[in-house]
Ligand binder design. Structure first.
Ligand code: FES
Length: 112
């Protein structure tokens, strides 16, 4: 699995999130508590940008109509839609690395 550097722990923790473009798609790296998670950013409802969503308790909430998604799994808590695509994430010292492409299953994120 090809991994790419996504940022530093301090910058993502300070802002709560970071947006990247990978293979023409927007991917968000979110910090929540001690964990870091990498997910696609397009809401499954009507395509709103989840990078503007509120993150609380391991869940990101869509800013448009409020659908909620688990950061660890990408699962929608409000509708039986397909989950958000997740990217594998590794902490390498102070650096955050994520898989270039999305993954099925695997490690949901990393805690520090
Ligand atoms: S676009 Fe996200 S809940 Fe409607």
């Amino acid at each position: 699995m090809e991994m790419v550097k996504a940022g530093r722990v301090g910058e993502v923790r300070e802002r709560g999130r970071k947006v990247l473009a990978l293979l023409g798609r927007k991917v968000g790296v979110f910090a929540d508590g001690d964990g870091f998670f990498a997910l696609e950013l397009t809401c499954k409802h009507q395509g709103a940008d989840l990078s503007a969503g509120r993150v609380v308790g391991g869940v990101v909430t869509c800013p448009r109509h409020g659908w909620r998604y688990e950061l660890a799994t990408g699962r929608c808590l409000d509708h039986a839609s397909a989950p958000l695509r997740r990217h594998a994430l590794e902490l390498r010292g102070e650096e955050i690395w994520i898989s270039l492409g999305p993954v099925e299953g695997g490690a949901p994120g990393s805690n520090r």
